[in-house]
Design a protein around this ligand. Sequence first.
Ligand SMILES: Cc1cc2nc3c(=O)[nH]c(=O)nc-3n(C[C@H](O)[C@H](O)[C@H](O)COP(=O)(O)OP(=O)(O)OC[C@H]3O[C@@H](n4cnc5c(N)ncnc54)[C@H](O)[C@@H]3O)c2cc1C
Ligand code: SF4
Length: 570
Amino acid sequence: MANFNIDAQALNTYDAIVVGSGISGGWSAKELTAKGLRTLVLERGRDVRHITDYPTTNMQPWEFEHRGQLTKDVKDANPIISKCYAFYEGTEQFFVKDAEHPYVQEKPFDWIRGYQVGGKSLMWARQTQRWSDFDFTGPARDGFAVDWPIRYADLAPWYSYVEKFAGITGNKDGLDTLPDGEFLTPHEWNCVETHFQKQIASKYKDRHVIMGRAAHLTSPKQIHYDQGRAQCQHRTICERGCPFGGYFSSNSSTIPWAAKTGKMTLRPNSVVHSIIYDEKKGRATGVRVIDANTKQMTEYYARLIFVNAAALNTNLILLNSISTRFPNGLGNDSGTLGKYVAFHNYRAGISGEYDGNLDMTTDGRRPNSPYIPRFRNVYKQETNFLRGYAAGFQAGRSSDTDQSGMGADLKQSLLNPKLGGWHVGSHMMGETIPKESNYVALDSSLKDPYGIPQLKIAIAYDDNDEKMIKDYQEQMTEMFQAAGFTNIRLRDDKRNPGLDIHEMGGVRMGKDPKTSMLNKWNQLHAVKNVFVTDGASMTSTSTQNPSLTYMAFSARSVDYAVKAMKKGLV
Ligand SMILES: Cc1cc2nc3c(=O)[nH]c(=O)nc-3n(C[C@H](O)[C@H](O)[C@H](O)COP(=O)(O)OP(=O)(O)OC[C@H]3O[C@@H](n4cnc5c(N)ncnc54)[C@H](O)[C@@H]3O)c2cc1C
Ligand code: SF4
């Protein structure tokens, strides 16, 4: 019997374990396997194979039972997830259903999740900007949160590394607020977007309108063909899964790449319950996993553990990893675990019209749009709120063809299409401030269907966010007016935190183990063989989209971890 147990333990032992197969987990798996480590990837959701498991990717609107719309039943059953713009009849299969994965909203929080192989990399909007030193020095300058233990220079080579593999389109814009990367051919502008860009450039020295940087293969290189991916076809239905691999997802890129090494074992339907800490060895030895189908618990062991379950679930797993040494969660000597969670503020928007360029129109579709990098409080504090916001911008011209009537009249109208005027719009992406009072914790009584404590989320906007929204609206109104846009309308949709899907923090990086969880290598200060490289590790949130930074952190951290392991340091 003893022999049997030893065999079972050996069978379940790997060099490394990665928890989660989304954007960050995919990168951890790719890097670990490339370095020759036998790696177990544990994913709580079902398997989703590239191409074969994208059931709606080639469907036309009229082929959907409800023409792509959500039914009232689906909306009623999923009041949270239905708020996400990307959740519709073509993508229902990739989002968690509200009732199946309960959590406690101590304050209103719309937690948008994708539990499957690939995680949210299947449905994301693919905006990929580097963070700059203004972001990494922000906390030190303003005194909120703690100082980041790294600067842009530490991450720059890793940004290049992941960009080349993932494939990022963009222009080299030469802005110090938004460092340039390794770009494929940029997407094209339309004439009103160019008009806005020129007007802003002529009227403001410090404000720039640039083409968005996005994870699309506009001009694939050999490394992308080697992944089995091909040029983006501009279909703009990416969130259903792209059979061309035109955009970056774990499913089309990192996971199959890791599989090709022969070193990866991917285990879907495996809900990680907690990390096992061995008091005698003074390190983590493995993870406890609940099989999603049988509900049986199994242990898996490894020398290195990468936690990539997406920010809040990573917090949950660490909080649930309790031992005599760590009664308040793994590595939680500082007492900061679960705290200082922050997010992005997408509440405000602006729209308008433009009556110039009426002899011009646009053709084709573009899975990306222009972007306005942060321009507030960059070089000095100039407003009554801390930090700043970036903004999306887009111009388009709609059809104004009369589609009423029947028969010959209708045919006549359709054959002679008319164009309406130009519509312009923008949305904000504001940085929120990580505060101790914005936290997640385990609920003391409520459990999920696997018997794991439910996550209790207490995250809210504050006065800083309200002031920032006001400033965005004022500044964008001024900029829209400067460009000659009319009929300007402001929006504050008062959405709950969470709907931006950029939740970050709770396991923050920092120089001092007394005030942070992770060191500059994304390594738990107190448990050297456990690494967290998803959004949980972010010390502050910047105004840029975060996922490219998770990719860079994952690759950099694996590089360090494997070298440290070989030296016997972890
Ligand atoms: C509609 C939409 C638009 C977005 N747009 C952008 C954008 O333009 N730019 C950008 O940067 N980001 C965007 N995001 C956010 C982006 O998708 C996330 O930042 C990114 O996916 C996070 O990577 P991750 O690895 O941390 O998490 P995920 O990609 O979510 O992967 C986490 C994985 O861990 C698994 N998991 C969780 N708990 C456990 C457990 N206990 N055991 C085992 N497995 C577990 C999950 O099932 C999941 O597969 C968007 C997201 C959505 C949904
Ligand atoms: S726009 Fe590009 S990435 Fe998106 S579905 Fe079409 S081909 Fe794929």
